[in-house]
Design a protein around this ligand. Structure first.
Ligand code: NAD
Length: 349
């Protein structure tokens, strides 16, 4: 098995003083530095951590390429429980490892890490993004991710023949966290009917007050609706759930919504429109792109850049139809094409 066939660098980071155990994977830097977040998770084994960082860093290559960013793909995983094992010293030590890569990898926040952790990383390296706006960074990416999903759903509605506005459209949102709650607000403002679920009731109350209906978390994927929008967990489209879907479109922020790529093919066979997760949830990385290259971050410019997601998805659906392949395959191929073209251009320069 070629575990790391296409990865450019894999760095094991062990710091005895702080107890840091982490892996940085840089997948591809053809288009630019490998951008990807730092994930802290209680991995069951070193193999599990390695597998995850390889998979996630490759995914970042496609996400950044498809979003039109001059950025490659990378990712870091830190082994440990973010609630009980985390110390500032670990993230300072991690900053040292990131710095030694000399800019091949650009870090950001991810599951299990926060702005405070990013600030600790910053004490040892400048190759960290997503710092607070007060420090010249682009801040929390979630609002832009939500805006990108809101714009991207319109492309999926058009593809499904449901029009390109939210008039009379019913969206079922799974997860009312940073992204999901912001998305629900945009949808209600645009006149959509919204049903939402979360495992934490306190996240739902403010949305109910705004007019969203609430269902138990275990029922949200089977709500009869136009759009099912996964904004919580990965692998929500799997053999046990796919037959229960009663929507026309699946379009949400969660990473890795398909338990495996064959699920995406099956959605197509069933006549459902699936907006590939790494295409529709790119608002966060597009937002980060706006603080790079010596630019002063401008929220309004970032918002306009994020709106490109609607057109990108339109292009993905068009290619999917033209080539008779499922949208997730068309999207990955579009990202690969952009990288290949850049390689050819570099080789012939
Ligand atoms: P979050 O942790 O703020 O929110 C997730 C929400 O889902 C929480 O409110 C949680 O209670 C809820 N939840 C958990 N299990 C659930 C279940 N079984 N049913 C219903 N709700 C459940 O996370 P977030 O930042 O809003 O991100 C949501 C998803 O989008 C994640 O998969 C994340 O990886 C992905 N994503 C986020 C961003 C971003 O900018 N935040 C960018 C790209 C992708």
């Amino acid at each position: 098995m070629r575990l790391f066939g296409e990865h450019e660098q894999i760095v094991v980071c062990t710091d005895r003083d702080s107890g840091l155990r982490a892996i940085i994977a840089v997948h591809d830097t053809t288009l630019g530095p490998g951008l990807g977040g730092i994930r802290m998770w209680t991995y069951a084994s070193d193999e599990a951590a390695l597998t995850d960082v390889l998979r996630l860093s490759e995914g970042m290559t496609y996400k950044n390429a498809l979003a039109g960013l001059d950025l490659g793909g990378g990712k870091t995983v830190v082994v440990g429980d973010p609630r009980t094992d985390k110390t500032p010293e670990q993230f300072q030590a991690l900053g040292g490892f990131i710095d030694r890569l000399g800019g091949a990898y650009l870090a950001a926040e991810d599951v299990g890490t926060t702005t405070q952790d990013a600030e600790q990383v910053r004490t040892r390296t400048r190759y960290i993004t997503g710092l607070p706006v007060e420090q010249g960074g682009s801040g929390d990416p979630s609002p832009m991710t939500a805006w990108g999903v809101f714009c991207g759903i319109r492309a999926a509605l058009a593809e499904a023949g449901l029009g390109a506005t939210y008039d009379g459209v019913h969206v079922a949102v799974q997860g009312a966290g940073h992204v999901g709650a912001a998305l629900v607000r945009h949808l209600l403002d645009a006149g959509a009917t919204v049903t939402v679920a979360d495992i934490h009731a306190d996240r739902l109350e403010p949305l109910q007050e705004l007019g969203a209906a609430v269902v138990p978390a275990e029922q949200i994927h089977q709500v009869e609706c136009d759009v099912y929008s996964p904004c919580a967990l990965g692998a929500v489209i799997r053999p046990e759930t796919i037959g229960r879907l009663r929507c026309r479109v699946i379009a949400g922020a969660a990473n890795n919504q398909l338990s495996d790529a064959a699920m995406g093919d099956e959605l197509k066979q069933r006549g459902l429109v699936y907006a590939p997760d790494f295409a529709i949830n790119a608002g966060g990385v597009i937002n980060i792109g706006e603080e790079l290259g010596g630019r002063v971050y401008d929220a309004e410019r970032a918002r306009q850049s994020v709106e490109r997601i609607e057109q990108t998805l339109g292009d993905v659906f068009e290619r999917s139809r033209r080539e008779g392949v499922a949208p997730h395959r068309a999207a990955e191929q579009m990202a690969r094409d952009r990288i290949s073209a850049a390689r050819v251009a570099t080789a012939t320069r």
